[in-house]
Design a binder for this molecule. Structure first.
Ligand code: NDP
Length: 287
């Protein structure tokens, strides 16, 4: 069998299209006298990677005309101080979305924080009520990276119904929600993790493969079914370079679609954060 002409998905291009559409919606809201939607990002500590993520999120907000505010708290902030900030933001009528950047310092329990965010402002989709709604199939706010994966599959025209989708990773933020979305789109889903036996053999059955482990280049070319859609969520830094969970070069010529570690799923994740904030605004304003 000859090599497949692999399409390297340009996630940034798709992200920009979706953002332009949201920018237009926000322009209309403001022209009609409404206020712009507002995202609040909370960072505890001064982790450089987290700082750069929140800067990227704020830049993305401002480019589409969305307001954003940041709360930069010192690394020794107590859990009770963070909780009282979140309660203030919950009560603030001018705030539509609240995102607490992870990871948090050890002294703060991320589950307690997630449970305190008002579910109607839970744009990172971490509250148990938000997660429960996703499970029941009636969620409005959905984890951003899984939504990004689904949007890329849709844009590529990948047939999800009846396909065998293999997800690797079972985190609350990526693996579990993306497996639920795929199942709701009528894929047959296998959810793998670090204890899965013969992962390579399971991967070879995948029409849609979604690795989300953070293990650089773990997925070899011969683990991929020819013609598969490979949505590589994993990102790691190796020798100063971003690499995915998939051996990208080896996957070319085998996969039909593959997302690169730069300009792949990453820009779609931020786009879906904007989407969730706009949706939270619309739900709150009844528009
Ligand atoms: P977690 O560390 O929370 O979860 C990793 C998962 O991978 C776990 O379920 C773990 O299994 C599984 N895993 C680890 N090693 C193996 C292995 N050898 N074989 C099979 N499964 C394995 O990570 P996240 O879900 O938060 O993130 C996953 C990756 O996605 C990271 O690289 C992260 O940087 C990236 N990411 C990218 C985003 C983007 O926008 N592009 C957004 C969010 C995350 P077990 O449960 O058994 O331990």
């Amino acid at each position: 069998m000859g090599e497949i002409d692999t399409v390297v998905v340009n996630g940034l291009e798709l992200a920009n299209e979706l953002r332009e559409d949201m920018a237009q919606q926000i322009r209309t809201i403001v022209e009609e006298g409404g206020r712009a939607p507002c995202l609040v990002v909370v960072l505890v500590g001064d982790d450089p990677a987290s700082r750069s993520y929140i800067k990227g999120k704020q830049r993305a907000c401002s480019r589409i005309g969305m307001d954003s505010r940041e709360h930069l708290l010192p690394g020794d902030t107590s859990q009770s101080n963070l909780l009282s900030l979140i309660k203030d933001l919950n009560a603030d009528e001018g705030v539509d979305g609240i995102l607490v950047q992870l990871p948090l310092p050890d002294a703060i329990d991320p589950d307690v924080i997630a449970e305190t965010i008002d579910p109607s402002k839970d744009v990172d989709a971490l509250h148990p009520i938000t997660a429960g709604r996703l499970l029941r199939g009636n969620a409005d706010l959905i984890s951003c990276t899984p939504l990004g994966v689904m949007a890329v599959l849709e844009r590529c025209g990948v047939a999800i119904e009846g396909a065998h989708a293999v997800v690797i990773g079972r985190s609350n933020i990526v693996g579990k929600p993306v497996s639920i979305l795929l199942q709701q789109a009528n894929a047959t889903v296998t959810l793998c993790h670090s204890r899965t036996r013969d992962l390579a053999a399971v991967c070879r059955q995948a029409d849609i493969l979604v690795p989300a482990t953070g293990r650089p280049r773990m997925i070899k070319g011969d683990w991929i079914k020819p013609g598969a859609a490979v949505m590589d969520v994993g990102v790691s830094e190796v020798d100063g370079k971003l690499v995915g969970d998939v051996d990208f070069e080896a996957a070319k010529g085998v996969a039909k679609f593959i997302t690169p570690s730069r300009r792949g799923i990453g820009p779609m994740t931020i786009t879906m954060l904007l989407r969730n904030t706009l949706m939270a605004y619309q739900m709150r304003s009844g528009s």
